[in-house]
Design a protein around this ligand. Structure first.
Ligand SMILES: NC(=O)c1ccc[n+]([C@@H]2O[C@H](COP(=O)([O-])OP(=O)(O)OC[C@H]3O[C@@H](n4cnc5c(N)ncnc54)[C@H](O)[C@@H]3O)[C@@H](O)[C@H]2O)c1
Length: 430
């Protein structure tokens, strides 16, 4: 099996993939991050692999593919550069942070011989793979309704405890995307498992916010006052999804549930990966009980590596699948249309929430008419770091459902003090 030459762009998240790439016969031929500290850190594992702070120079290295793990909202233009050079792309979420970018990405992928795959790992968590297996088996009947929750609350107070350096590194300057992330935008971890398991594609979206700003004395305040948004989609097969972005209900959890005409399956909240499969008593298949509660088994040649990998093994499958598709010359199902559909749910879900829950149609960017409709829509809640026109460099839409919400000066000053200490290296050992 020939080795695949891969470059990694963005070495926070990208750095976590090093071992998995190597374990899948990937040659990491170049790394890129504008932060030299992250390059040095990666080189502890990789030796003197060629390193770059500039993406265009990095892309001059001969390679088969690039893993894009730069800022959440800035993947599109780098993906397009790779596709134009015939280099396969594995992009962290989200594929695009504006509707116009979604159109541009699809156009670039349509012209390119290279493959695009969204690096969405949650569908590969073991319980999500089990839900897909059971759904595909047909015993549950037709999909009616499904739920996906990616629930990741964060402490609004910082303290000098182990892990502090990591926590601040997640948003190490004020304009960082994590500070400006509206409640609907991080939707792929809740939505992708449902779309992948069932094949249903969102066609219409509405969203409702839950507005609870951080406490007045908090020191880790973000710019967004919505703690969570509940997003509903009507899908092409008539089913309905209820999903979240990065939600912040009390108590961390990722949970999913598929409800069908004959039965339903879910991963049990707090159930350590256990699955509950239930049928109507008059429709249960042979050999199944009405209620089946079990831990899905992992029968895989790479079992040990999968169990070591992050996000319930999902990270391992993303690389193995990406490399398999490159080797076999096939397109992975997490293509530009799968990715931009989810980005549209995120972006238009936010528009819906700003418009009191008004419904928005989700475009299909395979269609030229839908491309034309959205190709100039550059509305964004984010700051962009480089190379963008003035018009796009700062947020141009409200970040929260209460459009005028801003953290207080005291809250922002509190966070700024921690950032200053972080920049001075005070937490380097924490
Ligand atoms: N799938 C998952 O489970 C998961 C988990 C964490 C993060 N992510 C995704 O991974 C991506 C990265 O997340 P993160 O937490 O590492 O983000 P981050 O903002 O902390 O890090 C981004 C890195 O990219 C570098 N970078 C950005 N722009 C650059 C440029 N123009 N030139 C050179 N370097 C540049 C930054 O210096 C930084 O090191 C995001 O899309 C995030 O959503 C996914």
């Amino acid at each position: 099996m020939s080795n695949i030459r891969i470059g990694i762009f963005g070495l926070n998240r990208g750095g976590h993939y090093i071992d998995i790439i190597l374990a899948n016969n990937g040659d990491i031929v170049a790394i890129c991050d504008k932060d030299e500290r992250k390059i040095k850190n990666a080189q502890k594992k990789l030796g003197d692999v060629p390193s770059f702070t500039d993406f265009d120079k990095f892309l001059e290295t001969p390679m088969d593919c690039v893993f894009l793990a730069n800022y959440f909202h800035e993947h599109t233009k780098y993906a397009i550069k790779c596709l134009e050079k015939g280099i396969h792309v594995l992009s962290e979420c989200t594929s695009n942070s504006t509707m116009a970018e979604g159109v541009a990405l699809c156009r670039a992928a349509e012209k390119s011989k290279a493959m695009y795959m969204l690096a969405e790992n949650y569908p590969y968590m073991l319980f999500n793979q089990e839900m897909k297996r059971v759904f595909d088996g047909g015993t549950l009947g037709k999909l009616m309704f499904a739920e996906g929750e990616y629930n990741h609350p964060g402490n609004p107070y910082l303290s000098e405890k182990p892990g502090l350096k990591y926590l601040i590194s997640l948003r190490e300057f004020d304009g960082h995307w994590r500070n400006y992330l509206p409640a609907t935008y991080y939707v792929t971890h809740s939505l992708a498992p449902l779309m992948h398991s069932t094949g249903a594609t969102p066609k219409r979206v509405t969203a409702m916010p839950i507005f609870i700003p951080a406490p007045e004395d908090s020191d880790a305040t973000k710019r967004v006052g919505d703690k969570t948004a509940v997003i509903m989609t009507q899908n092409d097969d008539g089913s309905v999804f209820r999903v979240t972005g990065c939600a912040a209900f009390g108590a961390h959890d990722n949970s999913y549930r598929l409800c069908c005409t004959k039965g339903q399956i879910e991963n049990v909240r707090g159930g350590d990966g256990k699955v509950m499969l239930r049928y109507n008593d008059w429709e249960k298949p042979e050999g199944k009980n009405e209620v089946n509660y079990y831990l899905p088994e992992l029968n895989d040649k790479d079992k040990e590596l999968i169990e070591k990998a992050g996000h319930g093994g999902g990270d391992f499958f993303v690389i193995r699948e990406f490399f398999r598709c490159i080797r076999e010359g096939v397109q992975h199902p997490f293509d530009v249309y799968f990715a931009t559909t989810m980005a549209s749910v995120a972006i238009l879900g936010h528009r819906s929430l700003l418009a009191g829950g008004a419904p928005y149609d989700i475009p299909d960017f395979r269609l030229e008419s839908d491309k034309k409709k959205w190709e100039n829509d550059n509305s964004t809640p984010f700051y962009y770091s480089d190379d963008y026109s003035d018009e796009l460099s700062a947020p141009n839409i409200p970040l929260s459902s209460r459009a005028d919400y801003k953290p207080s000066k005291k809250q922002l000053d509190n966070f700024a003090k921690w950032l200053e200490r972080y920049d001075n290296g005070e937490f380097d050992n924490l």
